[in-house]
Write a protein that binds this ligand. Structure first.
Ligand code: TYD
Ligand code: MG
Length: 465
């Protein structure tokens, strides 16, 4: 017999409280508690763990020597989409559940439909559960991206039990569930997409995945707060979390692992959204270079590290005399506050005053750069635009600028240096080697040019003033 119980779940942090309150007692967010009636007590991770312990105590567990347990590694299912496999750590692991998060419209459904089609074409059974679109809408997309492969089964439902029934019945190698926010369990009263439902859907699907050899790919839309259904509600319930990112209007899509029980979280995958769906970018490192040769004023190239993957990225800056009122500062792909800081450093330590100028900074290719090692390239692009002087051909820059105008060597400089060399650049301007005096070195065809401060870096990059 199941007792009915009512709890109030915070839609922000997932904390439950026995009675309603205007403010969540745990995360202090306002108006986030929603009543959820639990017919069957929702299985929490903690209680599942407890059950396992009890089962072990009762002698139900079988103990195997670690050497005799087969490794998940052996049975990985390569998707055939190389950039995705790279992020997953070599392919999908049977019996696992992977959350694919991203903004609405970024391309999650497209990617997973293509994934299902690839696996089916390779002889595996796959199932695509759509709660978001009708089966014929999915079919329409499949036609556009060449994913009409008969091995892909389609189920259109928003009922969790129906979805699980379909997975149990067909025991596919891959089950795509699109999306966690549209499915709901009849055993809970909360609306689809509420924290209680989202957690229930993920927990039950994780159980289904673990029980068989099915890999569940769960789609989750990211809310405007930047998380899937409240911070950390889902992340600990799944084996891996892959985020799909990109500028809404650009065509580049990055795949990034935020959590991965079966691989590192350092790998980054690069895909491009085209008319025929998502395609792999052949030489990703070259992809973010839009530069014309010889270089034009206002452009500087840095070697950014996305995870551990070095990518050559072009920073474009435009500095133009401002009209009336306060000058404009606008950026795409880079934090505007970081650029404001660099503008101040340029004024104070390189004598370049941009007070009377509008400033626009753009990262080519729709990439977003968060690492401080891009500082030197951004400052150089600004100076290059202001002075109308291009960066000397073959030059790339990577280094962080401090408020005092000093240059700090970028982390993993060796890695960036060898990538720059591979791409045919001849000189990397960076900070002095840590703990030693500045010292020009050569590695293959590329030269490391250390600069202690911004003024020196600009002189090296742009030639004499
Ligand atoms: P979709 O996979 O539906 O996004 P999500 O599931 O993350 O919400 O992708 C939708 C966008 O992708 C839509 O704006 C159109 C674009 N698109 C293409 O550019 N090419 C294509 O082949 C497809 C199928 C979609
Ligand atoms: Mg979708």
């Amino acid at each position: 017999m199941s007792a009915t119980r009512s709890v109030y779940l915070c839609q922000q942090c997932g904390a439950s409280s026995p009675k309603w309150a205007g403010q969540c007692p745990s995360c202090e967010a306002w108006n986030t508690l929603v009543e959820t009636v639990v017919v069957r007590p929702a299985p929490s991770v903690a209680s599942a763990a407890r059950n396992r312990v009890h089962a072990a105590a009762a002698g139900a567990a079988s103990i195997s020597p670690i050497g005799e347990v087969s490794s998940a590694e052996a049975n990985r299912l390569a998707s055939g989409i190389g950039e995705l496999d790279r992020v997953l750590g070599g392919g999908l692991v049977p019996g696992s559940i992977v959350l694919f998060g991203g903004d609405p419209g970024i391309g999650k459904s497209t990617l997973l439909l293509q994934l299902a089609a690839r696996l089916s074409a390779a002889g595996h059974t796959t199932l695509y559960v759509t709660g978001e679109e009708s089966a014929s809408q999915v079919r329409g997309r499949a036609e556009r991206v060449g994913a009409v492969v008969n091995g892909v089964g389609l189920v259109a439902t928003t009922d969790l039990a129906t979805a699980i029934g379909a997975i149990d019945a067909s025991a596919p190698a891959l089950a795509v569930v699109d999306s966690v926010q549209t499915l709901s369990s009849a055993e809970l009263t909360g609306p689809a997409g509420s924290v209680g439902q989202v957690r229930e859907v993920a927990t039950r699907l994780a159980e289904v995945a673990k029980a068989g050899a099915t890999c569940v790919a769960l789609v989750g839309h990211v809310t405007k707060e930047g998380t899937v259904a409240g911070p950390r509600t889902l992340e600990h319930l799944v084996d891996a979390v892959i985020y799909m990112e990109g500028e809404r209007l650009g065509s580049t899509r990055l795949l990034r692992a935020a959590k991965n029980r079966f691989g590192s979280t350092d790998a980054v995958g690069v895909l491009e959204m085209r008319g025929e769906g998502l395609v792999e970018v052949p030489d990703a490192s070259r992809f973010f270079l839009e530069s014309e040769q010889p270089p034009v004023a206002g452009s500087a190239i840095t070697i950014a590290l996305e995870g551990t993957r070095p990518l050559a990225v072009e920073i474009q800056a435009l500095v133009a005399p401002a009209g009336y009122g306060s000058p404009r500062r606008a950026t795409t792909g880079i934090d505007v506050n970081r650029v404001l800081m660099l503008i101040a450093v340029l004024a104070r330590h390189a004598g370049l005053n941009l007070t009377g100028h509008d400033v626009y900074v753009n990262v080519a290719g729709g990439l977003r750069i968060d690492e401080p090692a891009a500082d030197l390239a951004v400052a150089t692009a600004l100076a290059s635009s202001l002075r109308e002087r291009p960066v000397i051909e073959g030059t790339v820059l990577a280094g962080e600028l401090s408020l005092s105008g000093r240059v700090r060597t970028a982390s993993r400089a060796e890695r960036r240096l060898s990538e720059a060399g591979r791409l045919g650049f001849t000189r990397l301007i960076t900070g002095p080697e840590r703990g030693t005096t500045p010292n020009a070195r050569t590695s293959g065809a590329i030269r490391l040019a250390p600069a202690t401060d911004l003024r020196e870096a600009l002189r090296l990059a742009l030639g004499e003033e």
